[in-house]
Write a protein that binds this ligand. Structure first.
Ligand code: SF4
Length: 332
């Protein structure tokens, strides 16, 4: 049985914060909060689709700060979701939400528990105090640690979200953030390279020449490293990069936004593994065995890996081997 999320976008209208990367106008203006009735109709409409595709779904309240919205409205959405999980257990098997670390306390967790919430994701963004301060997040790394501990203790699945390339950020700070996420025993992680949008403080800093974010090349190198770290810690990275969106494309001033960002990063990991293994094996011509699903990542976009390895003096042909990630032999 496949698993997916059915997302319900709940904008945090009237959010008192001013995070540098956030486009408040589109959050508070264009996006209308869904009513419980609209949410129910949407969940109802997805039932035959999910059944047809033999897929189960978690109902996911996304948009930033689910536990910061008006309490009665939040409960009405939770009641709706809970009803669908109870009435259609073959289709809906959980509820998740994303929120700010400083919007978690025992009272909130009691409510989430009562309505069958299964996973809580925290927008941590960085575990570097200065990066959080410069980007006006209004919370500290300690707030993330405290909230993460409370979520784990209550038995919810803990999701942690981080951004790369914020104002004042450095790759080593992102590595430290990933280390802290691993220590906090995150169950899932999302990684969002910064996209600089018109109408944000980052946009102003960028246009004023005060801020630059990481290049795509730096981001691919960094995120490949982050994927490796989380992979070794057996923590699934359930998202890398923003979802494709016309809104983002129209308002983007700079930053890293690529529809196949994850594939680029996984391809970089293959390049690193192949070059190390070829160097260790010795020689110049190799046979690379891999599962058919990996072939495009092994060769790289526009054959980048092939070209870069040729630059190091290595040539290879690919042979498929089901279930194998990477096995390299000398082609004698
Ligand atoms: S990202 Fe920051 S400013 Fe934007 S809604 Fe969330 S907390 Fe508020």
């Amino acid at each position: 049985m496949k698993q997916t999320n059915i997302s319900v976008f709940v904008p945090h209208n009237g959010c008192p914060h001013r995070c540098t990367f956030c486009d408040q106008r589109s959050i508070s203006g264009a996006q209308k909060p869904p009513s419980p009735e609209e949410t129910a109709a949407m969940l109802e409409s997805q039932i035959p689709v999910l059944r047809k595709h033999e897929t189960r779904a978690e109902i996911a309240f996304f948009g930033g700060s689910f536990t910061g919205i008006e309490r009665g409205y939040m409960i009405s959405l939770l009641e709706t979701a809970h009803r669908f999980v109870q009435d259609y257990p073959d289709v809906y098997n959980g509820i998740r939400c994303s929120t700010r670390p400083d919007f978690i306390d025992d009272g909130i967790l009691d409510i989430l528990s009562e309505y069958g919430m299964t996973a809580v994701e925290l927008g941590a963004q960085s575990m570097n105090a200065e990066v959080l301060r410069l980007n006006e997040r209004g919370h500290t790394p300690e707030d993330v640690e405290k909230a993460a501990g409370m979520i784990k203790k209550r038995g919810f699945s803990l999701g942690l979200q981080m951004m790369t390339g914020l104002y004042g950020d450095k790759p080593e700070y992102c590595i430290d953030t990933a280390k802290r996420f691993i220590e906090l025993k995150a169950d899932t992680v999302r990684i969002y390279p910064t996209v600089i949008l018109e109408g944000t403080k980052l946009g102003e800093l960028y246009k004023g020449g005060i801020y630059r974010t990481f290049t795509q090349e730096e981001t691919v190198d960094l995120c490949a490293r982050l994927l490796r770290m989380f992979g070794e810690a057996e923590i699934p990275v359930i998202r890398l990069g923003l979802h494709a969106s016309r809104d983002v494309e129209e308002k983007m001033l700079g930053g890293v936004y690529h529809p196949a960002l994850r594939e680029l990063c996984e391809s970089r990991m293959f390049f690193e593994d192949m070059s190390a293994e070829m160097k260790r094996t010795g020689g110049t011509d190799f046979i690379v065995y891999t599962d058919p699903a990996n072939i495009s990542r092994i060769t790289g976009q526009k054959k980048e890996n092939r070209t870069r390895l040729a630059g190091l003096g290595y040539r290879f042909e690919i042979k498929t081997e089901k279930g194998t990630r990477l096995r390299i032999e000398n082609a004698l």
